[in-house]
Design a protein around this ligand. Structure first.
Ligand code: GSH
Length: 216
């Protein structure tokens, strides 16, 4: 149960839970991390399905007890709760619209490719068909990440400066298991490679990054 004071993140290391944790850390929010192991398929267990019926992480429990799922919804909620942390550009500014656009793009165009690349046998018969599907999903994921790259202003994604977009984009760029290890991000998405390094170096995020990505 919620202790009424702090946020609880449900998820695994190196998963989408990174983005939730990094944003909470950047906001200076009190939180705890409840490990749900992907390796042990704990996201499919009844305890977790009671939190998120779709069996997906991250999930966030607010101090008030409400459960928020969907990574983009989680990041926006945290940004709302901590306005002084300036995790989004000012309301109604052009960059605010840009932030919504690209957050939605990553959540709806990139993230679904990750499921297909990671679990192709959910969508095609096991063996060759599933492997062929995985390969195609990887190509789509790479292409779409390169679109994000093209719209990265530098050094941060938005011209107005650091935001939740940087945390989200950095995360997708480091998912080498989904992107394929034969793809070199420093070559194919150099701006996102640099952006990820800058995210990793932010004092509040550095320990979170190390725990999730082990120096990647
Ligand atoms: N639409 C969800 C997608 C979340 C998602 O796919 N998370 C992955 C981990 S990064 C997951 O839970 N995978 C486990 C599974 O699909 O069984 C979101 O944006 O939060």
């Amino acid at each position: 149960m919620s202790d009424g004071m702090s946020y609880t993140i449900f998820g695994d290391k190196g998963s989408g839970a990174f983005s939730a944790e990094a944003v909470l850390a950047e906001a200076g929010a009190p939180y705890s991390f409840h490990l749900v192991s992907l390796e042990r398929n704990e996201q499919r267990k009844p305890e977790f399905l009671a939190i998120n019926p779709s069996g997906k992480m991250p999930a966030l429990r607010l101090p008030e007890g409400e459960i928020i799922t969907e990574s983009a919804g989680i990041l926006l909620t945290i940004a709302d709760h901590f306005p002084n942390a300036r995790l989004l550009p000012p309301q109604a500014s052009p960059d605010r619209g840009k932030a919504y656009r690209w957050l939605a793009f990553m959540a709806s165009e990139l993230y679904p490719m990750v499921e297909i690349a990671d679990y192709p046998e959910r969508f095609a018969p096991e063996g060759e068909p599933a492997e062929a599907l995985r390969a195609r999903a990887r190509v789509r994921l790479r292409e779409r990440l390169q679109i994000v790259e093209r719209f990265t202003h530098g050094p941060w994604f938005l011209p107005s400066g650091f935001s939740i977009l940087d945390i989200y984009a950095a995360m997708f760029s480091r998912w080498r298991g989904s992107l394929g290890r034969d793809w070199d991000i420093s070559v194919h998405v150099p701006k996102l490679h640099a952006l990820g390094k800058s995210v990793a170096e932010r004092p509040a995020i550095a320990p979170v990054w190390d725990r999730h990505f082990n120096g990647r």
